[in-house]
Ligand binder design. Structure first.
Ligand SMILES: Cc1cc2nc3c(=O)[nH]c(=O)nc-3n(C[C@H](O)[C@H](O)[C@H](O)COP(=O)(O)OP(=O)(O)OC[C@H]3O[C@@H](n4cnc5c(N)ncnc54)[C@H](O)[C@@H]3O)c2cc1C
Length: 465
């Protein structure tokens, strides 16, 4: 594998002449700004960025990378915990210039560019009273979140993001362009609904949107010493709730404003709710939650884009993030005890643990219908150590690892790929479980030389020899 520095400068000039977008190299003044991603812990030094503005740029970049034997990374929104939108010394194909959104109200579908962010999609669909299920922070990229699965406030009502993907335009490893959908390149359409960026670069997504305008949502908090009681109650409650109600349970610290002062810097067990039905039904449905006497409740009606941006202010880009994840079927006695133990020792105000329910519509898709192999798990769990100060990097990492190690024996074995960092091939296999072999075969067909390897990598058959 070559590095950019080893290339003949004229080949770089020829490459630039084929592009509408710009290239950025280490000598450029904007290089250090360009190599930043959401996770401040990631410090990679690519040899070149190609800031693509259209599909032709992506084709040229893929061909340039392949013909020159370069390591290629693809960056969508740059949110990936492990920094999988970057690589050292190689070529980064950046999609942030490929942004467009068109809402089609004749069939409630939305066409979105490969480099859009979710906040942009919510902004475009909301005036039409529509929404596409996505994640809970609006600055996350459509590309990475969708290709990995997409868990969020609407998962119980309308499924994962991939369950709402209708079509994708893709540039493949050989530089060819295809449109994939249920009846066209069926294998590839299956693989990209959870298999990540392994199979090509998506330049455009088409989603099914749904009638969601306002929601009733927000957090309820209980003191951390109620964690075991609340988790036991929550397990029964959420798994018997109507699809309209979503709520993810967390251990967390309230860091400061906008929360009331008496809550600041204390640990809590919290649930963040999102309800898509009418307000009268909600009041009745929510009675058992209020009967558990939360210490704090801030639940009310709001436009859907408001709940999607509720935590953006607390989570600006550039902080240190360390991630660990697993799926869980149960919240048994030992599991609840570990959550109390590690929830009581959260090391910094923004570090937290979330359990996202995989029930309702998200659980009514078969384990083999998409690569997302854990539809029958009840929760996608994630532990994140977060802090603005790099000096606290080992503190948040140690807590995150210890929390994960204590819980992992009770997990379903694998994790949601978008909640993982770089944890090696065995974890990737465990996460795709029985779907892994099929993914390997499709990888062999479309990317036999593993050109797209900076991801939760599915190696083609030929690379196992
Ligand atoms: C603060 C925060 C909150 C989050 N919340 C949620 C959540 O609620 N729900 C959830 O499901 N996930 C959530 N995530 C995880 C998120 O889904 C992943 O981090 C995802 O990888 C981000 O996608 P991206 O495009 O921003 O990332 P990038 O770092 O740009 O890319 C991630 C991976 O996807 C590939 N990729 C990106 N775009 C394309 C494309 N168009 N074509 C081909 N490959 C592509 C990249 O090559 C890379 O391998 C969150 C992450 C953060 C940091």
């Amino acid at each position: 594998m070559k590095t950019i520095k080893e290339l003949d400068p004229t080949s770089i000039e020829t490459f630039q002449s084929k592009l509408r977008g710009k290239i950025v190299i280490p000598e450029d003044a904007n290089y250090n700004e360009t190599r930043k991603v959401y996770n401040g812990m990631i410090d990679k030094h690519p040899g070149m960025f190609v800031m693509c503005v259209d599909v032709a740029d992506v084709i040229a970049a893929v061909n340039f990378g392949r013909e020159n034997d370069l390591l290629i990374a693809v960056r969508g929104g740059g949110h990936n915990g492990g920094g999988l939108g970057l690589c050292d010394k190689g070529l980064v194909i950046d999609l942030s210039g490929i942004k467009f959104i068109r809402v089609d109200t004749s069939n409630n579908t939305v066409r979105v560019g490969g480099g859009n962010l979710w906040g942009e999609v919510d902004h475009a669909t909301h005036p039409f009273g529509l929404a596409v299920p996505a994640g809970i922070i609006s600055t996350t990229g459509v590309g990475g979140l969708t290709l990995g699965g997409g868990v969020g406030h609407l998962s119980r009502k309308y499924g994962l993001t991939i369950d709402n993907l209708l079509e994708a335009d893709m540039v493949l490893a050989d530089g060819s362009f295809v449109t994939v959908k249920e009846y066209k390149h069926k294998d590839l359409f299956w693989a990209i609904r959870g298999g990540g960026g392994n199979f090509g670069i998506v330049t455009s997504f088409k989603f099914q949107a749904h009638p969601v305008s306002t929601v009733i949502g927000g957090p309820t908090l209980w003191p951390i010493d109620k964690t075991e009681e609340m988790m036991e109650w929550y397990h029964d409650f959420i798994n018997n709730a109507p699809d309209d109600l979503n709520g993810f349970i967390a251990t967390m610290i309230i860091p400061g404003a906008p929360f009331p002062e008496h809550l600041h810097n204390k640990q809590f067990c919290g649930i963040v709710w999102c309800y898509t039905g009418d307000s009268e039904t909600f009041e009745e449905l929510f009675e058992p939650v209020r009967a558990k006497k939360p210490l704090f409740e801030h639940v009310g009606e709001m436009p859907y884009p408001a709940i999607q941006t509720l935590f953006d202010g607390l989570m600006p880009p550039g902080m240190q993030w360390y991630w660990r994840a697993d799926f869980f079927n149960e919240l048994g006695e030992e599991v609840r005890a570990q959550h109390l133990k590690f929830g009581s020792k959260i090391p910094t105000p923004l570090s937290q643990m979330h359990l996202y329910p995989i029930s309702g519509a998200a659980s009514r898709v078969g384990n083999e219908d998409t690569p997302w192999a854990y539809r029958d798990a009840k929760y996608a769990g994630v532990i994140v150590g977060v802090d603005p100060n790099p000096e606290n990097a080992s503190k948040i990492t140690d807590w995150c690892k210890a929390y994960w190690e204590a819980l992992h024996p009770y997990s379903s074995g694998g994790a949601y790929s978008n909640f993982m960092m770089d944890e090696g091939q065995d974890r990737v296999k465990a996460s795709y479980k029985h779907n892994y072999n099929r993914l390997v075969e499709i990888k062999q067909k479309y990317d036999p030389n593993n050109l797209f390897k900076v991801n939760q990598n599915i190696k083609p058959v030929s690379q196992y020899a």
